[in-house]
Design a protein around this ligand. Structure first.
Ligand code: HAS
Ligand code: CU
Length: 572
């Protein structure tokens, strides 16, 4: 890849100021990971009835903390660190103004602190602050204004971060007018374009409706409208978590496999497809919502099926690159090359296991996406089963594995123990296999998600070939293994910092793809064109459903629509 760091020079030496901000972002991500992960353990043991240290009422406070800290803070803080690293190294230029870079980081920290205070307030009955609204914050659940304000501030921070990366690219382009955008920067820019388009939904939902409502400025909101605006953002956000993991799979994994990326143009196509298709699909989270016509749901389903394509292309390209690496290392045969991969390297093994689990997570995603079959699993424990494979493993395990590779470049310290690191990533895989498999199966027999008391005292689930007790046991064991894995990860990383500095040259270079950008048409790099098409698709998919929701239910609340009481927030 052109314009990149030479192998011998550490990122830290070449870009010391940028390395500090990347480190700060990663530490913030890890703090969120530690607290959020503890919440996960508490929940897994509570709902399976193995250990209850809380009142069931506080379960929802913990669940909100778990969801917000892991799905929003951990993922996005890691992402901003990774993207800053990727843009700086692939353009080989420092950020334009480091004060602005710190400004967006601090804005994100401030937003997290505000939302965090609002959530933690839920534990203290004597203060009137709480936000037990879960990470989807659907009305009629209402949070303290601090929570919505925190979210808004956090998102503004990410917008500023995007601006920072675009600025670097604009200035780089002025100096290199004829060069193709380096692949890592291309991936960052595409991801951020998707993010700008999709966060408009949540920004409107929060600023125009939920925040004024919780401040008492407006009396009510139209819950279906705020839900729809949430999911307009809520599907693309899952790709916002996934695309940095893909950045690592495409640009780092081939090199640590000992090979080269199979095709740079294909990687660009994948990111273009994500920009085009990630947003006009959000209604696939609302197949069961009344008030949205079936035809609109059908359109969302069709778009979702097309959206499988970039991930299927990724499976092909990434595995082909791994195979190339294995063959460089002497691997042979149809499948026995797999044995020649560097399985002792925790960075490699973590990412490969994350990919393997994503194949299963993608499959349960296809089940979710089918309009009719979704009725079977919606709001059941199947759905958390699905997203612990996707965001909880494809993304989280890739980020942990990526940390083992990137940390020495940022701190000049070797990872304290590669053996513990290897054990840690395998433990995550085993724990998640137990937990998510049991969750999927429990969902199929009708066990609901998001409840502290899934057994509904006195209600017997038709367990068929599995018993609830057996599934609960697997969830509890799996959740415990995951927590141990998390502690090992954080412990290993922290202890590394106290090790002596690395000596001698260390090679962190990334090799050129087998087929480079010159093999693809320049139009792939035309960001304006893809953004314009993405906007047109969003308008086509959303304008009519939103118009119908507003005309049925009123912009600020229920009119004479035909919604059931629960959706209107009326407790019968
Ligand atoms: Fe999803 C619900 C559909 C992907 C996250 N999803 C959720 C929720 C979350 C989530 C958090 O259509 C719950 C939200 C809530 O709280 O209510 N999802 C899909 C589909 C995909 C998909 C079609 N989801 C993700 C990703 C997520 C994520 C990615 C996070 C990062 N999802 C749904 C639907 C619902 C849903 C419905 C609503 C359910 C309901 O009723 O509530 C697709 O993008 C999946 C495509 C993936 C593939 C797999 C390709 C395989 C690859 C692996 C390659 C292997 C390697 C390793 C590299 C087709 C790329 C090889 C190793 C060797 C050793 C060889
Ligand atoms: Cu989705």
């Amino acid at each position: 890849m052109s314009n990149e760091l030479e192998g011998e020079e550490l990122f830290l030496d070449r870009f010391p100021k940028e390395a500090r901000i990347v480190r700060a972002s990663l530490w913030s991500a890890f703090i969120a990971l530690g607290i959020g992960g503890l919440g996960g353990l508490i929940q897994a043991l509570h709902r399976t009835n193995y250990l209850r240290i809380l009142e069931s009422a506080d379960y929802y406070t913990v669940l909100t903390l778990h969801g917000v800290l892991l799905a929003i803070s951990f993922t996005i803080f890691f992402l901003v660190g990774l993207f800053t690293w990727a843009v700086t190294r692939s353009l080989d230029r420092p950020v334009e103004d480091i004060r602005f870079t710190w400004a967006w980081y601090l804005t994100m920290v401030a937003g997290t602190a505000l939302a965090g205070i609002a959530i933690l307030g839920g534990f203290v009955d004597s203060i009137p602050i709480s936000a037990d609204v879960l990470f989807t914050f659907y009305a009629p659940l209402q949070a303290h204004p601090l929570f919505y304000a925190g979210l808004a501030v956090f998102i503004i921070g990410t917008w500023m971060a995007g601006l920072d990366w675009f600025r670097s690219w604009w200035n780089w382009r002025a100096e290199n007018p004829d060069e193709r955008i380096p692949l890592q920067t291309f991936m960052v820019l595409m991801t951020m374009l998707m993010w700008y388009i999709s966060t408009i939904g949540v920004a409107i939902s929060v600023l125009a409706f939920l925040l004024p409502w919780s401040l008492g400025l407006i009396e009510q909101v139209n819950p279906l409208l705020t839900r729809t605006l949430f999911w307009y953002f809520g599907h693309p956000v899952v790709y916002f978590w996934l695309m940095p993991a893909y950045l690592l799979w495409y640009t780092v994994m081939p090199s640590i496999s000992g090979g080269r990326l199979f095709s740079d143009p294909l990687a660009r196509v994948v990111f273009v497809l994500f920009l085009l298709l990630s947003t006009p699909v959000g209604i696939h989270h609302q197949y069961l919502d009344p008030g949205i016509a079936e035809g609109f749901k059908f359109i969302a389903m069709t778009n979702t099926m097309f959206l499988l394509l970039p991930s299927l292309l990724t499976a092909f390209t990434v595995v082909a690159s791994m195979e190339h690496g294995a063959r460089q290392r002497g691997g042979e045969g149809y499948l026995s090359w797999l044995g020649a991969l560097p399985w002792r390297d925790p960075a490699f093994t973590g990412m490969a296991l994350a990919g393997l689990m994503f194949a299963a997570g993608g499959f349960s995603g296809m089940v979710n996406a089918g309009m009719n079959i979704n009725y079977l699993i919606h709001n059941s424990l199947w759905v958390p089963g699905h997203f612990h494979l996707t965001v909880g493993t494809a993304v989280a395990l890739t980020f942990m594995a990526g940390t083992y590779w990137i940390l020495p470049q940022l701190t000049r310290r070797r990872v304290y123990s590669r053996t513990i690191a290897l054990f840690q990533v395998i433990l995550w895989f085993v724990g998640m296999t137990l937990m998510s498999n049991a969750m999927h199966r429990a969902g199929l027999i009708g066990m609901p998600r998001r409840t502290a008391e899934p057994q509904y005292e006195g209600f017997a689930f038709d367990a068929g070939f599995s018993t609830v007790a057996e599934l609960d046991f697997q969830v509890a064991i799996g959740g415990t293994l995951l927590f141990i894995s998390l502690v090992l990860f954080l412990g290993n990383v922290i202890v590394s910092l106290f090790e002596g500095p690395m000596e001698g040259p260390v090679d962190f270079s990334l090799d050129d793809p087998l087929s480079g950008p010159e093999d693809s048409p320049k139009v792939l790099d035309n960001l304006w064109l893809w953004t314009a098409i993405a906007i047109v698709l969003v308008v086509l998919a959303y304008s009519l459903p939103i118009a119908a929701i507003v005309s049925d239910g009123g912009l600020f609340g229920p009119g004479t629509g035909t919604y059931p009481a629960w959706l209107l927030g009326v407790i019968p």
